[in-house]
Design a protein around this ligand. Structure first.
Ligand SMILES: Cc1cc2nc3c(=O)[nH]c(=O)nc-3n(C[C@H](O)[C@H](O)[C@H](O)COP(=O)(O)O)c2cc1C
Length: 339
C-alpha cells in the first residue's frame, strides 16, 4: 500500500476507527476485577454499584481497547470477550486491507482447528509451542522477590539468542530496588502525561500538531498508546506495575547490522524462558520512548555511550494464572511458490 503525500497528512489524529466490541456475561462473573486491573489501557473500568466491568473510550476514542484480550485470558469466569477487530478506516493509519478480519484463537494445524478447542489442539503441540501460544503480558504481580538464581537463569537464556555476526550487542540492567523503579516510573510518567495532554481532546490545533508529527514520524503518534498512558495515570503513574524485577535491555549503538533487532531477540529469549519457569513478564516500551526526553532517568540508571535503551521487561510471580491462549488479529502472509 503506497501512501500518497496527501494521505500522510490525513486523519492521523483520532482517525475514524472500527473498534472491538465488548461482550460480557454477567451471570458468569466472579466480580474479581482482575480484567480491569490487567487491562493495559483505560478501556475497562469498574462499575462500583453493579460490581462489574464496562468498556469505555477516551476523548474521541470510542472504545480505548488495543484488542490484546488480556481481560479474557485473566478471567476465571470466562465471561468476557472482545470481538471483532481494530480497524482504522481512513487516513495516515488506515489498516491495510490484507489485515482485515475477525480475531481468531491459535490454529497451528490450519482451518481444521476451528472445530477443536485449545485443550484438544494443545495435546498435539510441543512444549515450546504451548509457551508461545499461552504466554500473556502479565501486569499483576505478587509482592514476592524473584530469587537471583531465577533471574540469572532467564538472563542466561538471552546469551544464546541469535545475533548478527554473533556480535551480541545487548546489555542488561537489572533493577530490583523498588525505590529506583518507582523514581524511573515517576520521571517517565511526567513526560507521558504531557504527551497524553497534547493528544486528547478534539480541538483543531491538536489535530494539526498530531497530524504534522505523524507525517514525520508515524510510529510515535498512534491513538492506542495514548489510552495506555491514561491507564498509567490512573495507576498512580506506575509504568512497571510494581514488578519485583525490571530488566532494561540496552543495545550497543555500534553493533553489526541492526543492534535493536539483536537486543530484542535476546529480550524475547528471556521472556520465553521466564514463562516456561512459571514467571510472568511484560514488555514496557514507555521507558525507552521517554528516556530521550528525560535525561534524569538516563543518569539514574547510569546509561552511557555506547549503550542506548531498547526496551524494558518487568518480571515477577503472577498474582493469578493468566498465561492462557486468546484470539488474535490476522497477520497477512503471501506465498511465492515454485510453479
Ligand atoms: C516493544 C513492546 C513494548 C510494549 N510496551 C508496553 C507498555 O509500555 N505497557 C504495557 O502495558 N504493555 C506493553 N507492551 C505489551 C503489549 O501491550 C502486549 O504484548 C500486546 O498487547 C499483546 O498482548 P500479549 O503480550 O498478552 O500477547 C509492549 C510490548 C512490546 C513488544
Amino acid at each position: 500500500m503506497k501512501q500518497s503525500f496527501f494521505e500522510k497528512f490525513s486523519k492521523a489524529h483520532l482517525p475514524p476507527t472500527r473498534f472491538t466490541r465488548f461482550e460480557y456475561e454477567p451471570e458468569k462473573c466472579t466480580h474479581c476485577k482482575a480484567c480491569v486491573d490487567t487491562c493495559p489501557t483505560s478501556c475497562l473500568q469498574w462499575d462500583e454499584e453493579k460490581k462489574e466491568p464496562y468498556a469505555t473510550g477516551l476523548d474521541g476514542m470510542e472504545i480505548a481497547c488495543i484488542a490484546c484480550n488480556n481481560c479474557e485470558a485473566v478471567c476465571p469466569g470466562n465471561c468476557i470477550r472482545m470481538r471483532g477487530e481494530y480497524r482504522v478506516l481512513e487516513g495516515r493509519y488506515k489498516t491495510p486491507e490484507d489485515k482485515y478480519g475477525e480475531m481468531t484463537p491459535p490454529r497451528p494445524f490450519g482451518e481444521s482447528d476451528a472445530d477443536r478447542d485449545y485443550e484438544a489442539i494443545a495435546r498435539d503441540l510441543t512444549e515450546t509451542e504451548k509457551v508461545l501460544y499461552e504466554r500473556r503480558s502479565i501486569r499483576l504481580y505478587k509482592n514476592k522477590p524473584v530469587p537471583r538464581e531465577m533471574l540469572n537463569r532467564i538472563i542466561e537464556a538471552a546469551r544464546f539468542a541469535p545475533s548478527a555476526g554473533n556480535g551480541q550487542p545487548e546489555k542488561f540492567l537489572v533493577v530490583t530496588d523498588p525505590e529506583i523503579n518507582k523514581e524511573v516510573d515517576r520521571l517517565c510518567a511526567k513526560v507521558l502525561t504531557m504527551i497524553k495532554k497534547l493528544y486528547v481532546g478534539k480541538s483543531r490545533w491538536r489535530k494539526m500538531i498530531v497530524t504534522l508529527l505523524s507525517a514525520i514520524s508515524a510510529n510515535k503518534w498512534d491513538q492506542r498508546p495514548i489510552a495506555a498512558m491514561e491507564k498509567v495515570n490512573q495507576n498512580n503513574d506506575s509504568i512497571t506495575f510494581g514488578a519485583p524485577a525490571v530488566i532494561h535491555v540496552l543495545k550497543d549503538t555500534r553493533g553489526i547490522s541492526n543492534p535493536e533487532i539483536c537486543s530484542a531477540l535476546a529480550a524475547h529469549n528471556m521472556v520465553m524462558a521466564a514463562h516456561s519457569l512459571g514467571l510472568g513478564t511484560c514488555y514496557v516500551g514507555f521507558i525507552a520512548s521517554t528516556v530521550p526526553y528525560a535525561p534524569k532517568v538516563k543518569k539514574l540508571l547510569g546509561i552511557k555511550y555506547p549503550y542506548e535503551i531498547v526496551t524494558t521487561i518487568c518480571v515477577g510471580y503472577p498474582k493469578m494464572k493468566y498465561d492462557n491462549p486468546i484470539a488474535r488479529g490476522r497477520i497477512p502472509v503471501e506465498w511465492i511458490e515454485e510453479k
